[in-house]
Each structure stands twice: as C-alpha cells, then as structure tokens.
Design a protein around this ligand. Sequence first.
Ligand SMILES: Nc1ncnc2c1ncn2[C@@H]1O[C@H](COP(=O)(O)OP(=O)(O)OP(=O)(O)O)[C@@H](O)[C@H]1O
Length: 683
Amino acid sequence: MMPPQQETTSVTANGGASNIMLTNRTESVLVHAEPPGSPSHVSSCIEDRIPDHQHPTSSTPARFSILRESLRPVTLKFEDVAYSVTLRSNNGCFAAHEPKTTRTVLNGVSGIVRPGELLAMLGPSGSGKTTLLTALGGRLPGKVSGTITYNSQPFSSSMKRKTGFVTQDDVLYPHLTVLETLTYAALLRLPKKLTRQDKIEQAELIIVELGLTRCRNNIVGGPLFRGVSGGERKRISIGQEMLVNPSLLLLDEPTSGLDSTTAQRIVATLRGLARGGRTVVTTIHQPSSRLYRMFDKVVVLSDGCPIFSGHAGQAMDYFGSIGYAPGFSFVNPADFLLDLANGIAPDTRQDDPMDFHGRVDHPDEQNSTKQFLVSSYKKNICPALKAEISQNFGHPILPTTRTSSPRSSECQWTSSWWEQFKVLFRRGLRERKHESYSGLRIFQVMSVSILSGLLWWHSDTAHMQDQVGLIFFFSIFWGFFPLFNAIFAFPQEQPMLIKERSSGMYRLSSYFFARMAGDLPMELVLPTIFVTITYWMGGLKPSLITFALTLLIILYNVLVSQGLGLALGAILMDVKQATTLASVTMLVFLLAGGYYIQHIPPFIAWLKYVSFSHYCYNLLVGVQYSANETYECGLGIHCKVMDFPGIKYLDLDNKWRDVAALTVMLVGYRLLAYVALRMGQPH
Ligand SMILES: Nc1ncnc2c1ncn2[C@@H]1O[C@H](COP(=O)(O)OP(=O)(O)OP(=O)(O)O)[C@@H](O)[C@H]1O
C-alpha cells in the first residue's frame, strides 16, 4: 500500500486545488491513481457510482478560496492519554457515607495521525473509544492526563474552529428540510468574507457531494414523525461539520445502524476527505473487511488500554508475530482484532472455527490474554510509537491545557451578532411554526375564550363578584399559559445548544434573544384574540381606551410569565421538574393574587409581592373602574366599587409601583435564564 503521507504530499503539491470543500474531481483522480485492489481503489469504485451530474464541479469557484485557505494540515499526536471518572453510588441517603470509586476509562493510549490519514478506533463496547475521541476533540470535562497536541500545540480556540465533531447521536432540528438544515448551518458557520449566496451554494455543494440531492427538500424528521432515513440523517450530520472545511474531522460511530453499502459510502467519503489534506479520526463498531481496508491507521482498545496503534495493514502481521495469527485463512481483520480486544484468542486447535461459544466462556483466560496483549503493546509498539511522536518538527510538545484568550474568542465568530440573530430567528420560526401555529393550540385558546365569554356573558356591575372574577381570570390564565409554554424551550433545545455551542457556531446571547423573539408573535397573538373575544362577550366596560389598556397589561403579564418559564426551564433543564415547580408557583400566585383571600396573615403576606398575577390584577382593576364608580350592592342601594370586598384591599393608588414591579420581573427572569444557560453550556 502506498504510504498515506506520500499521497498527502501529492495532494498538497496540487497547489491546494483539491482542498476545496469535499471531494472534487482532483481528489477523485488521486484516489483513482491507486492500484486496483488497494483500499483507495475500493473507495474510487464507490465514487464512480455517484452519477456524473452529482459530482461537484472540478473547478470550485474562486470565491471559495477563503475556504481552501482555511484548511491547515493538522498532525494530531496523543501520548499516554489517561482518564478516570469518579463513580457516584446510587444508594440514596447512604451514598454520602460510601467511599467514592474511581474508574479508569483510558489508560496510556498513544497514537499519531497526519493530514491525509484516516484513523479508526476499534474496540468492544465500553472500551473507551468515544471517551478518547472526545478527549481528542478537546471536549472531555475534567482532567485528561498525558499530552494531546495539534501541530505540536495544545488545544486552542483556533483549533476548535478547525475541528469538526460528529457525535454518535444525530442532533438535528426535526422540522427543517435537509436543505434548510445545511443552509442555516452554512449561514452560521462560514466566514463573513463569503456572501450569503456563496454560503447557500456551499450548502448545495455538500448536498450533492453527500448524495442527498434526492431528499434535499424532505424534512429531517424525529422520533414521533418520519423524515429522512438513518443513513441520510448521518450524512446530514457529517455535512454540517464538513461545511466549515475542518482540518481535523472527528466522528463517533458514523456508520452505526447503517447497511453495509451506505456505511461503505460514508467511509469512502471520509477517506476522500482525508486525501484532500484533512486529518480524520473515527470510532467504528464492527467494520466489514472492505471498510477495514479503507483505514490508514487503527487504534485498538481493550478496557481502555491500547493493544495496537499503528498502520491498519500491519495489525494482523503484528499479532501474528506475538503468537496470535488467525486460525483460518479468510478472516475479517476487524472481527479478529475485536475478538482479541475481548481477550478471545484464535484457537487453531479448534476443529470448528465457528464454535464461538467454546472460545468465550473462560473469563480468566480472557483476562490473561488481554494482559498479555497490553504488555506486548507496551514492549513492542510503544517505544517506536513514542519515538515517532517525539519527532516534533521543531515544535515543543506542550502539556494538554486549553487556551482561550479574550482576543481569540473575539475572533471566533464568523458573522456579526446581528447576522447570527437574524439567522437563528428565522431558523427558530421555521422550526417552531408547526408547534406555535398548530391547530390544536389555536383550538385550545379559541374554545376557552368562547367558553369564558359565554360564562361571563354580558356581566355587569350588578354582578360585581362575577365581573371582578373575570378580571382575575385574565391575570391567572395569561400567567399560566405562557409560563408552561416557555418551560419547554431550553430543556428541549439543550442537545442542539450543547452541540452548536461546542462547535462555536454562534454567541449564546444571539441564540437567546432569537429564541425569545421567535416565541413572541404567537405568545402575543393568542392572548390578543382571547382577550378581544372574552372582553366583549363578557361585557366589561365597552370603552376602547379601557380595552386597549386591559390588553396592554395582559400582554405585559404574558411576557413576564414567559420570562419565569424560561428561567425555570434554563435553571432546571428538566421539563418534569420545571413543570412541577411551575404548577406549585402558579397555585401560590392564584391564592395570593388578591381575589380569593383578602386577609393573608402578615408572615406570609410577602407571597403576593412576588406574584406577577397580583400586580397584573391590581392594574386591570385600576383601569377598569374609576374611584367614584358605583355598583348595585342591594335592592336600589348603590355602593362604591372601591369598597367592594374583592377590590377594597387592593392598593390601587400605586399603579406605577405595579408597573415597576412587573418590569423588574420582566428583565430579571430573563437575566436569570441567560445566566443559568451560560453556566450550563460550554463556552
Ligand atoms: N462520565 C462517566 N461516568 C461514568 N462512566 C463513564 C463516564 N465516561 C465514560 N464512562 C465509562 O467508560 C467506559 C467507556 O465509555 P465509552 O463511551 O468511551 O465507550 P465506547 O468504547 O465508546 O463504547 P460504545 O462502543 O458502546 O459507544 C464505559 O464503560 C462508560 O460507562
């Protein structure tokens, strides 16, 4: 096999022409140049199956040179990487007294991947592949010991921008189409030097390259409704990362759950990307022998310890040299390596090589095999590997620390705050229009408004109790409704937020304001319809000014309660906990709002001051009735409205205090939500 480094050189010698977004003709030609039967030849055959019109043009437009320039070859080295987690006991109140146990997830893993190479991490489930990949992507929380360097430098914000990370679970917006998903990602992630049109074209190129043309206008779909297929979802996720032309691409199980042809196509694409000068690292579960042959390098993990790290083509020879040659001639190297990582040695004495059970039921034997393989790795592979790693091309190897200066984070953003806000706002509207403008929600509000209008049909001051009840109902209903709608916002979007924030797609503040602004139209339209219907049907004072003020106060109340919902959701990040707390809160507000109980004991009277419904109720009563207004309190007897028991104990002279209290809550709850989000998300 041609050494991958040489291929890289030839790619770069092409004047960087192949470093366009994704595989172009130049890269394909390079792949074709390999001898038949070589791993590259396999991938080129797959490339050949992509219809000609689906290939991106061989000459990428000159304006994309910015992207070509952004590709900086990255040599990734990792040496003696170790990671432990502290396991917490789950025995409830006794947990505090139990000693904490530490589990070693990674132990002394080393390797080196150069630009142009595709490295696969193999190992049984739970062997530490994802953990290692996460560490290489600079995303592992806690202390990672050992050294991980990128061109001999530690992880930095600039490296973060050059790194694409495809997680195992596809985190995508279910209601967006494939084209929308990639276009919004392009608008958010591509440099400001590119025009909007360029960015859209870039998304189109990715769609063509990944063979997503046929489903470009299909919605992505989610657990509750069908969208694109699993393989297409995976390709969208890869496409989102490929958009920024990352120099280092890390993928966690990009082929899991896919048929072998689709898996092969994806790995062929990854190999093509690597050949374009990128460094590609992927974890993979059970690759076929055809897939295995596409890898340049492999790291094989067994219980977090490496048993092999080096060129994929040399793995079988290495294990043969230490006494573990496969017992029969046709074997999938990946299966063989996985067996070894599980401590299952090939048994040449076995009459039936398919008798798997005969080989697995010996835990002691398995453990001793694993120990032998780990110690052989330390003896035979480690010294040469470390010598290779220490060839540092003139750069010192620095310990693994994350650097992020304010200046570098300032440079991080590819577009202005306002641009990000606009894109996120539009994306939010598109994604949530189904939910916000759903027939069910409109039916809910319309039916309640007509029902309440009928129940309070033309109530007048002769039925003071009822009329005040309607006013109080406004303050409670339009506190309750937006609160519960807003609670879902952040917990629901948390996976997207974590993914997009850790890839530095946008500022948290632009996302935060876009999310709130996106919710506004529906949050304000529905109460307006509701109040209009109920107000006129219910027979409140038919003055336009009073109606306008009533509506204004209710809309203000909506915004305040929405803020509380956002804050609860952002603090708890759990819909169940947040809704439980919100129902208790709303019950307290209902009782302490001023309508049901007038004589709240002094030690608990403060409750009404934290209730936005109380201030809203105060203001609504204040605009509805004037000081001298009377109502019929007995046969032919007229009493002052202000003396009515439900109103008498309200403090109606301090309207500006009520407005100020609501304003403090309006801003305060949102501030709280933002701080909670900030603290909970990667920076
Ligand atoms: N934060 C953590 N707390 C507890 N255990 C952890 C933590 N992180 C990793 N582990 C454990 O470390 C081991 C390695 O996990 P990892 O996800 O890296 O494995 P994997 O090889 O990627 O597995 P799979 O192929 O099933 O995805 C697992 O047993 C996992 O339970």
